[in-house]
Ligand binder design. Sequence first.
Ligand code: NAD
Length: 385
Amino acid sequence: MKKISRRSFVNKFGIGVGASVVMTALPSFLTLPEKHQKPYTGKKVNIALCGLGNYAEALAYGIQESDYCTLAGIVTGTPSKAEKWKTQYNIPEKNIYNYQNFDEIKNNSDIDLVYVVVPNGLHKDFVIRSAKAGKNVITEKPMAVSVKDCEEMIKACNDANVQLAIGYRLHYEPYHLELKRLGQEKVFGQVRFIEAGLGYKTYDTLDTKSTVDINSREEWRLNKKLSGGGPLMDLGIYCIQSARYVLGEEPIAVTAQFGTINNKNRFVEVEESITWQMEFPSGAVASCNTSCGFNIDRFYATADEGSFELSPALSYGPFVGKTSAGVLKFPEINQQKTQLDEIGKLLLENKKLPNHITGEEGIKDIRVINAIYESAKTGKKVVLK
Ligand code: NAD
């Protein structure tokens, strides 16, 4: 079975565009340091990565590139991974935990923050355990598999007086900051319609004979208890996010339709594809798609006096963008490094993290996701309070 990695998909489909280049000023934190500016040598945020799967590898690379964070510890259920990571990243033995002795991290002043990168259904437990250990915590998206879990996570972090961030890597990405500016500042007038899609063909759609163990560790994304749902939880969340931050509004109603299931052995508990529409208070509508059966990575917004778009748009990039006024061009960044640096800087200055990257934001996405699933199941429009 041939799997297409996100990176190869992005590289394969990354296309160039001609025409005039519209280069907007970069946000100050993304501008290049002046020549005489010295590299940061102060205290860094010491991070322990919890769960050492695929995305943890990308985060470890981002942390290594980071100016304000260090990879100081690991939490893993697999002893062989502990050995590998210990050597590769020079992690001291005393900063290595397994899932059983993890709570002892409370007594380890070397660790400032735990970054939770385990399957979605396990985010809640590790976030609450991290909070109880007095550590700041970042958890990967989606924040959790239910609104109730999100509420418990927020409460645990508030009670322990620690900060909670969700791993939204695009909130610091220059193309996305520009989309947000174009939409919220109504540069092309009121946005009326958005199309967003993120999907990856993650299996051979013609192979319907192979059996799949949806209870195996490798296939947790197909297991409802661990994933909370299919590609909507994993990828579609980026479409919801982008529509929300481009409009600066919350959806008031959703309609949704499950797509075709090509492989009935894999998609027993979770959807293979889903299409949904979100209505916003301004009257704007977003039409979105996500799938494990086909590749899609695009964002398009049309407004009263123009339009703006990215494709690729929601993956790790490089992104390609244009507006009705010309081409958008920004430097390619390491999304994970930038996300960690911006969170790191605020934590080092004891500042409160902005709401749009905290649990307050994470829970909003889960509420919308629940409504989408309800609409797809019932065939009815679901109104959001
Ligand atoms: P993965 O399968 O590669 O890694 C999961 C890790 O969790 C593994 O180390 C595994 O051993 C561990 N684990 C612990 N208990 C487990 C259990 N009961 N079953 C299965 N695995 C268990 O997954 P991943 O792609 O690294 O995803 C991890 C998290 O990161 C998910 O929440 C996912 O949504 C998120 N993620 C985010 C991005 C992003 O761009 N922000 C990208 C990929 C994944």
